[in-house]
Design a binder for this molecule. Structure first.
Ligand code: DC
Length: 216
C-alpha cells in the first residue's frame, strides 16, 4: 500500500474538509472519498429499516450487509439514492451513535481501504483517516477552524441561527472526540491547518505545498 498516494484529511465537522479535499483531489487528479458519507449511509439504512441507531447488534448486522455506492457527491444505499437524506436532520442526529459502534467502524474501515486501493490512491476525508485507516499516508492533515467560524459558514450555506448551530457543532465535536473507539484526534505526524481566516484557494495552495516533492 506504500506506493499509493493517499492524502488523509481529518478534523471536526464544518471545518471545510470536503470543499478543500475535493479541490485538492481535483488538482492532483486523485479520487476523493468522503468517509462521513459512508457512516451517514449506514445510518440511513438503519433508520429505513426502523431500527434503533443505538441497538449495537442490529446496527452491526446492517453495516455488514448494506450496499453503499459513492459516485461524485452522490450516494446510493441498497440501490436507493440517499444523497439528500444523508445530509438531513434525522440522519445527522443519529449518525454519532452509529459511528460509535465498533463493528460498524471495522467494516467501514475495511471498505475504505479497499475503495482507495481500487481507485489507485485518493484524498480521504474523515475523523480517523490518519490515525486508523491510513496511518502511513504520505500527507496527513488535520483541518480545523473555530466553532464560531464553522457555525457562521454553515449558516451562510443553509441558514439558521449562529448561536444554535455553534452549540450543536460543539456538542457533535464533544461526542466525536470522546467516544471510546477511534475518537476524533490529531493523528501523530499530521499537520494542523486552521482555515478560520483563510479562503478555500489559500488553504488548497498551502496543502499542495506540503506534498512530498515526488508527489506534487
Ligand atoms: O463528516 P460528517 O459530518 O459527514 O460525518 C458524519 C459522522 O460520522 C460524524 O458524527 C463523524 C462520523 N465519522 C467518523 O466517526 N469517522 C469518519 N471517518 C468519518 C465520519
Amino acid at each position: 500500500m506504500s506506493d499509493l498516494l493517499v492524502v488523509a484529511i481529518d478534523g471536526p465537522a464544518g471545518a471545510g474538509k470536503s470543499t478543500v479535499g475535493r479541490a485538492v483531489a481535483a488538482r492532483l487528479d486523485l479520487a476523493y472519498l468522503d468517509t462521513g458519507a459512508m457512516y451517514r449511509g449506514v445510518t440511513f439504512g438503519v433508520l429505513r429499516r426502523g431500527l434503533d441507531p443505538g441497538d449495537v447488534e442490529s446496527v452491526a448486522r446492517v453495516a455488514a450487509a448494506i450496499d453503499i455506492r459513492l459516485a461524485g457527491e452522490g450516494i446510493t444505499v441498497d440501490g436507493v439514492d440517499a444523497s439528500i437524506e444523508i445530509r438531513g436532520r434525522e440522519v445527522t442526529s443519529a449518525v454519532s451513535a452509529v459511528a460509535a459502534n465498533s463493528s460498524v467502524r471495522t467494516e467501514l474501515v475495511r471498505r475504505q481501504r479497499e475503495w482507495v486501493i481500487a481507485h489507485g490512491g485518493a484524498v480521504v476525508e474523515g475523523r480517523d483517516i490518519g490515525s486508523v485507516v491510513f496511518p502511513d499516508a504520505p500527507l496527513k492533515l488535520y483541518i480545523t477552524a473555530s466553532a464560531r467560524v464553522r457555525a457562521e459558514r454553515r449558516v451562510a450555506e443553509i441558514g439558521g441561527d449562529v448561536d444554535e448551530v455553534e452549540a450543536s457543532i460543539i456538542e457533535r465535536d464533544r461526542k466525536d472526540s470522546t467516544r471510546d473507539d477511534s475518537p476524533l484526534t490529531e493523528a501523530s505526524g499530521s499537520i494542523v491547518v486552521d482555515t478560520s481566516g483563510l479562503s478555500i484557494d489559500e488553504v488548497v495552495e498551502q496543502i499542495l505545498r506540503l506534498l512530498p516533492d515526488d508527489q506534487s
